[in-house]
Design a protein around this ligand. Structure first.
Ligand SMILES: [Zn+2]
Ligand SMILES: [Zn+2]
Length: 267
């Protein structure tokens, strides 16, 4: 003999009528949330032949609870697999990728996708930037190439992001001189953590700027750098040949022949 039931048959009938699941009945009856009380209630319902057609089944099939591996988007309220959500920390964003992108991006007058809070896309904004300083001397190019070979990196923001040339150093004067000589790039400061020096970063990301800079120093670059550059900008050699005869497309007018390949660099 098991323990005596602590609930009356009439209470069970009322609980079943007003619940959406066996677990709900267990709660109404004030029983512990265990497998045994779940089984006891299920058997009692079966023996009394109570109507459970209004039960909504396993909890994750109920409206409002997503299936395993799924999540309900807080915006479009559609249930989607977790792969349709961007990660956020250890979990996922509340909006699905589609809703997230719709809120973040729209289209520029030129037809490209753009971040909604900007008037124009990045390519259009880049066209406002002033061209590099072309009166740069061969000695200055060589100096820049030396810095880039030693301290520079050709890197990409994310897998699909645009590539850029960056130099990170603790010498502010060198970083300033890089910008002064070339007239391009932005400088950011990485404030020091305890025990570290403040670092300065010169970053060249606008398309015409990064391509101009890379073209300038290309003849000086070693094997490893060239392989890296080719990964990010496979057209570099074709573009260099093309630029010898004409100014790059989409560059501001009056800005011609940015690359001097006649330089004699010992290979
Ligand atoms: Zn959504
Ligand atoms: Zn645009």
């Amino acid at each position: 003999m098991g323990r005596r039931r602590t609930w009356a048959e009439e209470l069970l009938r009322i609980a079943v009528t007003n619940s959406a699941s066996i677990a709900g009945v267990v709660r109404v009856l004030g029983l512990g949330h265990s497998g045994s009380s779940h089984g006891t209630v299920a058997r009692a319902i079966a023996s009394l032949g109570l109507d459970t057609s209004h039960f909504t089944g396993r909890s994750w099939e109920r409206i409002g609870d997503p299936a395993p591996g799924h999540k309900i988007c807080g915006k479009c309220l559609r249930e989607k697999p977790l792969s349709e959500f961007y990660r956020r920390g250890k979990g996922y964003q509340s909006r699905c990728k589609r809703c997230h992108d719709d809120a973040l991006y729209d289209h520029c007058a030129c037809g490209r996708r753009k971040v909604a809070r900007y008037q124009r896309c990045r390519s259009c904004r880049d066209k406002d930037k002033s061209p590099p300083l072309t009166d740069i001397s061969d000695a200055e190019v060589a100096w820049i190439a030396g810095i880039l070979e030693g301290e520079g990196c050709w890197t990409r923001a994310g897998i699909h992001g645009r590539w850029r040339v960056a130099v990170r150093m603790t010498d502010q004067d060198i970083i300033r001189r890089l910008q002064l000589i070339t007239g391009i790039g932005t400088i950011t400061v990485e404030h020091s953590k305890k025990g570290y020096k403040t670092a300065w970063c010169w970053s060249v990301a606008a398309r015409m700027h990064r391509e101009w800079l890379t073209a300038q120093v290309w003849p000086w670059m070693g094997e490893r750098r060239r392989i890296r550059i080719l990964q990010l900008w496979p057209e570099v050699e074709a573009v260099l040949t093309q630029w010898q005869s004409s100014s790059p497309p989409n560059w501001p007018s009056g800005f011609d022949s940015p690359v001097r390949l006649d330089r004699n660099v010992a290979q």
